[in-house]
Ligand binder design. Structure first.
Ligand SMILES: Nc1nc2c(c(=O)[nH]1)N[C@H]1C(S)=C(S)[C@@H](COP(=O)(O)O)O[C@H]1N2
Ligand SMILES: [Mo]
Length: 318
């Protein structure tokens, strides 16, 4: 995420070095990867799926709800991150997120709900059917990645929590603990990180709470132990390391909308026709690739989700 803080930082000064660094890294990867695959006689796909070094999860694949783009390498997925609680650089979370303790972990469910409680994450996972879904993550910074998530359909959990008829929105909150999250010692954002969805968005079958990727427990830098994934919205809606889920009657005040209301709206639907005030959203660069791709409306899910926004002006409600 880029945010207009120090007035002296121009967006291109932030975006460019990352782009060049990546291009260099991509070339290195291609050459060393090809040599290795040849030497070992293995397929490069196998190499990409190197162990996450987490615990294996029990899950079933859901090819119907997966896209067929090849997933990014584990390396890209775990070393190029946005997780400001561990620093604002793309490589900071991989370096710093080891200080996060993810066990035990409880998720507080509160607000307009019949079954408010502190749920042990283990229990939520054990009592759920985990699914693998391959989704594109499209960052508002105009890059994208393809990630094989393992997660729980959020609708399954919401049904168990039994929201009341007054629940119109769901608010999610990240852990707030500057001891474990050194980035929270700086006022980069108004901590803790908060995101929200309208109830129908939260209940949509594409919306999941991810607990793993590449078949194993989430690495800390990807939002362990539980993070939201809403594939038709920009990446910043996909809040990490969630400790609270609150059902509300009024629209939650989300971190990025508070930080820059003219730049980050509540809905944050991927919409190539609505530029970020400081850069275009028409195209995206897939991490690991050189040429840009065209960005698709709703990140390719128009058929599935356009109906949620019938009658809304998506330029105003961005
Ligand atoms: N708590 C928290 N959640 C967060 C962020 C963050 O800084 N803090 N960054 C968001 C942004 S901008 C993106 S693009 C995605 C990146 O997810 P990834 O690092 O797993 O690819 O996480 C989102 N969730
Ligand atoms: Mo992002």
């Amino acid at each position: 995420m880029l945010i207009k803080r120090p007035a002296d930082i121009k967006s291109h000064e932030i975006a460019e070095p990352a782009l060049y660094r990546d291009r260099r890294r991509f070339l290195q990867q291609v050459t060393s990867g090809a040599a290795l695959a040849f030497a070992a006689g293995t397929s490069s796909l196998l190499m990409l799926a190197e162990a996450v070094a987490g615990r294996k999860l029990d899950y079933r694949k859901n090819p119907q709800l997966s896209i067929d783009n090849p997933p990014n390498s584990l390396k890209d997925i775990t070393r190029y991150n946005n997780f400001y609680e561990f620093g604002t650089g793309k490589e900071d979370p991989a370096k710093n997120a080891h200080t996060l303790r993810t066990e035990p972990w409880t998720v507080r469910v509160e607000g307009e709900v019949e079954k408010p409680a502190d749920y042990h994450l283990e229990d939520l996972i054990k009592s759920s059917q985990l699914e693998e879904r391959i989704y594109r993550l499209r960052c508002v910074e105009a890059w994208s990645m393809v990630i094989p998530w393992v997660g729980i359909p959020l609708a399954d959990l919401i049904k168990r929590f039994k929201p009341t008829s007054r629940a119109k929105y769901v608010e999610f909150t990240t852990l707030h603990d500057p001891g474990q999250m050194p980035g929270q010692r700086r006022a980069v954002l108004d901590w803790p990180y908060v995101e929200g969805l309208r109830m129908d968005e939260a209940m949509h079958p594409l919306t999941i709470l991810a607990v793993g990727l590449y078949g194993e427990v989430l690495p800390n830098q990807n939002g362990a132990p539980i993070r939201l994934v809403v594939p038709w919205k920009y990446g910043f809606k996909s809040i990490k390391s969630i400790v609270k889920i609150r059902f509300t009657e009024t629209m939650p005040k989300t971190s990025w909308a508070l930080a820059g209301p003219s730049e980050y709206g509540f809905y944050a639907n991927v919409n190539p026709a609505v530029d970020h005030p400081r850069w275009s959203q028409a195209k995206e660069r897939r991490i690991g690739e050189f040429l840009k791709r065209k960005t698709a409306m709703f990140n390719g899910y128009t058929d599935e989700v356009a109906g949620l926004y019938t009658g809304m002006d998506l330029r105003r409600n961005f």
